[in-house]
Design a protein around this ligand. Sequence first.
Ligand SMILES: [Cu+2]
Length: 354
Amino acid sequence: MLAQPAASLWYHPHPHGKTEKHVYRGLAGLFIIDDDQSDRLDLPRDYGVDDFPLIIQDKRLHKDGTLDERNDEEVGLMGDVIVTNGISGAFLSVPRGLVRLRVLNGSTARMYNVGFADNRTFHLVASDGGLLESPVPASRVALSPGERVELVINVPDAPVMLRSYPFADHAGLRGKNRATFGVEDTFNILQLRPTGTRGQLQLLPAVLASLDRLDPAAAVEHRKFALRWVEINGARMKMNKVNFTTTLNATEIWTVRNTDHRPHNFHVHDVQFQVVDIDKAAPPAELSGWKDTIYIRPGSAVRLILRFNDHSDPSFPYMYHCHMLMHEDHGMMGQFLVLGPGQTAEPIPMPQGQ
Ligand SMILES: [Cu+2]
């Protein structure tokens, strides 16, 4: 059962040590969840007509067109051919007027700074975990691996190109890391080609959702996570080790710090979180909704607030990890249990032979 609000969610295989290659080869899809509340909104939501999923990935190809799977030890698998829903040089016929794009960075390591070639303003309407409170105007939006946004563009009469641009602040990277991790690159992603038809909708609603704000004063636990190389708090994930336990309905604050010179992000299973602050400053509007993945610049600290309000189990843990997939494959992960009333932690059931 899908018991959560409307959202665009990524699914992909998670076999330990092999996730990067599975995703690179194209095993990535979206669950699109809707609900009564989102159905009542005047947002484009006619799948394949004015509402499109876009799974953006990068590939490196041999001359014969086959996938180059040589792994770079700094960044993992990163390519210079951008594919959207598996297609390079992609274009899409769309109506003029409002069109919704559900954009996933499905890459193994590459980050994108997405915008349109004419620098037009578009509106962000949802982040990883669902609708934002109100549309957020933007001309660029940054996506690290695993992050999603839903954006609405007012399609003009002429074709317009969705592109990825260099990060204005190099995503916090210095020196040769800027080139290694591709944050100075420019790529075409997808051309939108307007057809003669005009879409149904011309105006966005002023209010999209009312979000339940988690209260930092309610936090019963504060935890710290330091990201460096392929370790969290100086250790790699162990299959049979639970790093900590929490309890059903507990609210917690997690401070996640990137103590590395490399880029990392942070992804949590089980629940969506809210961003309390980034380097002690309030998060920008596009990061103020429900999220499950967030980029953390080298040297930065992000405070997240989480409430474990469902799905307790004494022996099956949830994971948190860097979503740059080579890091994840090398064990940049940890595991936690959510215990219900009266439950105590039990050993993780291990497959035979482990
Ligand atoms: Cu990482």
